[in-house]
Ligand binder design. Sequence first.
Ligand SMILES: Nc1nc2c(ncn2[C@@H]2O[C@H](COP(=O)(O)OP(=O)(O)OP(=O)(O)O)[C@@H](O)[C@H]2O)c(=O)[nH]1
Ligand SMILES: [Mg+2]
Ligand SMILES: [Zn+2]
Length: 304
Amino acid sequence: MKGVVTKSTGSWYVVRCQGETYECRLRGKIRLEGIKETNPVAVGDYVAIEMDEGSNVITEILPRKNHILRQSVKKTGHSNILAANIDQAVLVATVQQPRTSLGFIDRFLVSAEAFRIPQVLIFNKQDLLTDDQMAMLHEWKKKYEAVGISVYILSALQGNGLNEIKNILSNKISLVAGHSGVGKSTLLNQISDSIRQSTQQISAATEKGTHTTTFAEMFWIDDNTAVIDTPGVKEWGLVDMSAQEISDYFPEMRERRLLCKFGSKCLHLHEPGCAIIKAVEEGAIWFSRYENLINMTTGSDNRK
Ligand SMILES: Nc1nc2c(ncn2[C@@H]2O[C@H](COP(=O)(O)OP(=O)(O)OP(=O)(O)O)[C@@H](O)[C@H]2O)c(=O)[nH]1
Ligand SMILES: [Mg+2]
Ligand SMILES: [Zn+2]
């Protein structure tokens, strides 16, 4: 039987086949070619399962159309797949409680853009913001929308703006990611009555979440719509990307970089005739995006 992995704990998995769910283990060592991953089977993977001596086992992982990958914090040289075969990558971010940096946001967007997975940015906890912070968010929204990323500002707690979110999730499989405590599970609970994820207050001392959601899990809202709630991530490290390649994953730089005097050798640092630097100076590229590109290509980002 073939099905889709809807939950992964690392040692056992839930697989959905024809509307039924099965708890499964992995047969022996299934290894994917190439990348070293901490979790060879991810939520969203299509797999073949069999009954084996009274228990269900995953015998095969079918080819993936894409996946969202980040550098593992615990095991260096390893990467961690958040989900596979997704139509849309949704990042839930907050200005405070906890703070999500623009560097973290851009690394997430780059990781999705590497597979041309459309990205959605949701700024949650609008109710906590001052007028000045709201004005700043509206500026960010304009700048991200100019490069093709959809941006929503809302409060999952108060429930405003949820119809728009239901619409953008409709008929797609969406990954929902972000730092711990930004309100991913709170938002998903509001989206569908069938989702009843635990949520928990962030720590008053550190203003950070407490990793309430511990495993990635896919929920089907209707026959064609699914969302994947994921545990909060602290850091977002890029996996296997060369400096030249990274600017290709910034949509506003993709074509401009071809005009650099040194062509594909240009790292857009201080080379003469750099089309990217020129566009930043002219205000056609947002300085924050440029700064984050340089942090990624020079490896000087702290990932947070
Ligand atoms: N003020 C405010 N608080 C919110 C909002 N959305 C969620 N929260 C609160 O933020 C806290 C964390 O929410 P969760 O939904 O558990 O966060 P999470 O992103 O799922 O966290 P992890 O599962 O740890 O990754 C809870 O106390 C929520 O009530 C919001 O829009 N405004
Ligand atoms: Mg959660
Ligand atoms: Zn350049």
